[in-house]
Design a protein around this ligand. Structure first.
Ligand SMILES: [Zn+2]
Ligand SMILES: [Zn+2]
Length: 213
């Protein structure tokens, strides 16, 4: 098995976790042996988030999607944003806020769960009134945390340990953009995403009545 960052290997990771006996849970539960908190911070692409969400639903697992209201890359208040949230809910996933510090406005679209976008150490793990901070106790502990940031697992791809039940419990951060678009490095993956984005933008322009002739 090669640990590529694509949806094929992502599915293998899900299978490994299921084989290892892990239970996929959301942040309304507290860590217990065998629990797997799989979370997605959506920085760049709702399309990538939806592709990953559909794949997870095929494996009958529920994960947590944290969406931005202040992204420069997508507009959660648009019709696309609203239908993305509706689809995530329909598939059984939790939806929380990927917040830009210090703004935490939890309206009715969100469960009370927050992850900070590009946090700095001074506030990262602080308590957030009225919400669960995924970087705070009891959810965050470096020994039981894995992240794919910048297309790199700092402690290695977790599939082997998941299959063998090697973690007591685990929180994993997976960015869908890295897996939904192909590329051997983060830079190449981002270029694939931008190519796909161009086609999508052209379609949006046509739908908006723009003459592209
Ligand atoms: Zn792997
Ligand atoms: Zn982020």
């Amino acid at each position: 098995m090669s640990c590529s960052f694509n949806l094929t290997h992502y599915a293998e990771i899900l299978e490994a976790a299921l084989t290892g006996g892990y239970r996929f849970v959301t942040f309304d539960e507290s860590p217990e042996p065998g629990y797997l908190f799989l979370r997605h911070d959506i920085d760049l692409s709702l399309d990538a988030a939806l592709r990953m969400a559909e794949l997870e639903a095929q494996y009958d697992v529920a994960t947590t999607y944290l969406l931005m209201t202040e992204s420069v890359f997508y507009n959660l208040a648009s019709s696309e944003g609203a239908s993305a949230i509706a689809r995530l809910r329909e598939l059984g996933h939790a939806v929380g806020l990927h917040a830009v510090h210090p703004n935490v406005e939890l309206d009715e679209r969100f469960d009370p769960v927050v992850s900070w976008h590009n946090p700095s150490a001074e506030y990262m793990s602080a308590t957030i009134p009225g919400a669960t901070n995924v970087y705070a106790e009891p959810y965050f502990d470096p020994a039981t945390y894995r992240s794919d940031s910048n297309q790199h697992w700092r402690s290695g791809c977790p599939h082997e340990e998941l299959r063998g039940g090697g973690f007591s419990w685990l929180q994993i951060l997976v960015h869908p953009e890295i897996w939904a678009y192909e590329g051997a490095t983060m830079g190449l993956t981002m270029r694939s995403m931008l190519n796909a984005e161009k086609a999508r933008r052209l379609e949006q322009l046509a739908n908006d009545g723009i003459d592209l002739g």
